[in-house]
Design a protein around this ligand. Structure first.
Ligand code: SAM
Length: 230
């Protein structure tokens, strides 16, 4: 059975899309999506040998060899322009996801949808999307096994509304901000608690330009989040 997190990621695939799952590990996501007839075909990309072999094995035992191709390579290097409609990158940090998108930009020319699930630093991904003229069309928070995950869905185009409070929207997500549900409150309360702990430590530490800068950044984020939670 697929994890709730990946099931949720898969739910944003438009029926009939050809997908690429970059950093596919066991290829659970493409196997699920193709088996259910949501995606017509898939490419599972993996940079590491172990996960690449697991992906190949999973595709073979699922009897999906004809519909899912497992390719070994770094990021978007495994796809050719025009081969897929939708790129999925899940389960990595936001900085790595942005880096993969940035270095494979030329492969995205025919891609109409991105489904991204950063484990941390989603702001980094939102910033890349904004800078590269991809607009968010949906965002979702889900909780599984005590962890909270963010899922970002984007299509080509400029943000449909200019970000009015840029820092706040990049950090918290324009769609998630419109629906400050229980998981949202929980996630940001946890982040707040963590940042406040770090601040206490920084206050004890010897002052240098780096710690002062870090304090400034944390204080700014704390202020933004407090303003939203209250
Ligand atoms: N996408 C799956 C998920 O969400 O459950 C697997 C996530 S797993 C934590 C991250 C996978 O990404 C690993 O298998 C790793 O080898 C792969 N990976 C990391 N950097 C990559 C890159 N630049 N290109 C392709 N795969 C990468």
């Amino acid at each position: 059975k697929l994890s709730k997190r990946l099931e949720c990621v898969a739910s944003y695939i438009t029926k009939g899309m050809r997908i690429a799952d970059i950093g596919s590990d066991h290829a659970y996501l493409p196997c699920y999506a193709v088996k259910r007839g949501v995606a017509t075909t898939a490419i599972a990309g993996e940079v590491a040998e172990g996960p690449y072999q697991s992906a190949r094995q999973q595709v073979a035992v699922s009897d999906l060899d004809g519909l899912i191709e497992v390719r070994k390579g770094n990021g978007l290097a495994v796809i050719e322009p025009g081969e897929v409609d939708c790129v999925i990158i899940a389960g990595m940090g936001g900085a790595l996801i942005s880096e993969i998108l940035e270095s494979g930009k030329d492969k995205l020319s025919h891609v109409t949808r991105l489904i991204l699930q950063p484990n941390i630093a989603a702001a980094n991904v939102r910033e890349w999307l904004l800078d590269n003229r991809w607009q968010l069309v949906n965002e979702q928070l889900i909780e599984e096994d005590g962890k909270i995950y963010e899922i970002l869905v984007a299509e080509r185009g400029d943000a449909n509304h200019p970000y009015c409070d840029m820092k706040k929207e990049l950090l918290l997500g324009p769609f998630l901000l419109r629906n400050k549900n229980e998981i949202f409150q929980k996630k940001w309360q946890q982040e707040l608690d963590q940042w406040e702990k770090i601040l206490v430590e920084l206050e004890k530490a010897e002052k240098n330009p780096k710690t002062i800068e870090k304090q400034g950044e944390l204080n700014e984020k704390i202020q933004i989040v407090r303003g939203v939670l209250e």
